[in-house]
Design a protein around this ligand. Structure first.
Ligand code: NAP
Length: 284
């Protein structure tokens, strides 16, 4: 579709931003729906974030995605954030309406959609092991708790980071029991037998690495595994799960689902089924 004076502009801010796959996702969906909208990458340096946001607001963009390193720093620059984004402490989607900027976090929405869709897994009442304590872990822990998880164990290389994350969320999400561990717990077969789902939120697997001694074979019968890593599509962790017959899926579905959620927030429309997935698969 040709860009005209009436085209609605959205985009993504990050530094760098040239590697982002989001323009592929969103422009494919705009085209599929015949919407006169466009999604553009905006490189915004960290020290120019406030200027960048003011500029986007003044030129009237309808909304934008937020990626590294701005997901946390943008919060004080927005007019409001959703309760979920506030709990996660990070924003990845902003909508501009009536001169006001509202921040959302769709990563957690993406994770819950992905485990429901790919693993038929409902977190309500379940006991879940989250590997990692960084930004992706934070969205996972909050969204799993909001979806009704009974227990979330956060296992991280740095146990201090795991403890800090648990402390942050425990007071706000009292219906879920939070426990923290070091990665050495992964070889504890008795402990592993208590989990319904393992979610890898670390970057382990991107370089062909894995979790040494992980007692995945001891996982609760019917237990499953979600690996947020999507490149490579089959990490050693996923290969281990597959070999054991454990239902598992990679981060591709979450990436698509968080994009679909952002698209819905801006346009009010759900992208046609398979549209974003197909566009992403073509470039990955
Ligand atoms: P981050 O904030 O930098 O956190 C990285 C986490 O990985 C930390 O918990 C870190 O542990 C752990 N880690 C890194 N290297 C490790 C190693 N060699 N052994 C053990 N643990 C290690 O990064 P993030 O934003 O959370 O992102 C993490 C991963 O999630 C990335 O691969 C990213 O692509 C993926 N992700 C996927 C999606 C999706 O849509 N599929 C969305 C968001 C993120 P320490 O605290 O001990 O350093």
């Amino acid at each position: 579709m040709a860009i005209t004076g009436k085209t609605t502009v959205t985009g993504i801010i990050g530094w760098p931003v040239s590697h982002s796959l989001s323009p592929v996702l969103h422009n494919a969906a705009f085209q599929a729906l015949g919407l006169d909208w466009i999604y553009v990458p905006f490189p915004v340096a960290p020290e120019r974030l406030a200027e960048g946001i003011a500029g986007l607001k003044s030129v009237g963009v309808a909304g934008f995605s937020v990626t590294i390193p701005h997901k946390v720093a943008i919060i004080p620059l927005l007019d409001q954030v959703t309760p979920e984004a506030e709990l996660i402490g990070a924003v990845n989607t902003v909508v501009a309406r009536e001169g006001k900027l509202t921040g959302y976090n769709t990563d957690g929405i993406g994770l819950i959609a992905a485990v429901r869709d790919k693993l038929s897994f409902d977190p309500a009442g379940k006991n879940i092991l989250v590997l990692g304590a960084g930004g992706a872990a934070r969205s996972a822990v909050v969204s799993l708790a909001l979806a009704g998880a009974a227990g979330v164990t956060i296992a991280n290389r740095s146990q201090d980071s795991a403890a800090a994350l648990a402390q942050l969320v425990a007071a706000r999400l009292p219906q879920t029991r939070f426990v923290t561990r070091g990665l050495d717990c992964l070889s504890d077969a008795g402990l592993m037998a208590g989990f319904d789902l393992v979610v890898n939120t670390t970057s382990v697997g991107m370089a062909g690495d894995s979790f040494p001694g992980l007692a995945l074979s001891s996982l609760k019968p019917g237990g499953c595994l979600y690996d947020m890593v999507y490149a490579p599509p089959v990490t050693p962790l996923l290969a281990q799960a597959r070999a054991l017959g454990i239902p598992c899926a990679n981060g591709f579905a979450m990436l698509v689902a968080q994009g679909e959620a952002a698209f819905r927030i801006w346009t009010g429309v759900t992208p046609p089924g398979g549209c974003m997935e197909g566009a992403l698969a073509a470039v990955l």
